[in-house]
Design a binder for this molecule. Structure first.
Ligand code: SF4
Ligand code: SF4
Length: 136
């Protein structure tokens, strides 16, 4: 079993088509939608984690491209420099996926679950000591 996080951009003429449903059904995949939005010019944007057999994931990605969907890997890697982190908690309420979360309510210790991170970068600026870093 493999998993791959990808960023999808749907042209506006495709956003009402059941492309993701066909992707999942035809390739026997499961998925997590980590983020989905429609831009003001009506393009669809989605961050998706595909789970299934690795060859089927790759075939599924080919299918998406054939449908006119732009597919990119979620290539950015967000890391927390715990040596700089002051445990202020400012990032926790900002993180849309709860990748940054309070691990211990007594001590208010902040932790980071990389599997939940969609690399949106919303946490970067609000972090006072700049402890959150983007790696490419
Ligand atoms: S980049 Fe930051 S705010 Fe965005 S999902 Fe990852 S940890 Fe959360
Ligand atoms: S905002 Fe920065 S310093 Fe504050 S808890 Fe989050 S990572 Fe640590």
């Amino acid at each position: 079993m493999a998993a791959k996080k990808i960023v999808l951009n749907f042209p506006k003429e495709k956003i009402d088509k059941p492309i993701v449903a066909r992707l999942i059904k035809d390739h026997d995949l499961s998925f997590n939608i980590m983020k989905a939005s429609i831009t003001p010019d009506q393009e669809g944007h989605m961050v998706l984690e595909l789970i299934g057999d690795a060859p089927e994931i790759e075939k599924g990605i080919r299918f998406l491209k054939e449908q006119g969907v732009k597919v990119e890997p979620l290539a950015k890697d967000i890391r927390v420099n715990w040596g700089k982190c002051t445990q202020c908690g400012a990032c926790v309420s900002i993180c849309p996926t709860s990748a940054l979360y309070v691990k211990d309510r007594q001590t208010m210790e902040v932790a980071f679950d990389t599997d939940k991170c969609i690399a949106c970068e919303l946490c970067i600026r609000p972090c006072p000591p700049r402890a959150i870093e983007v790696h490419f």
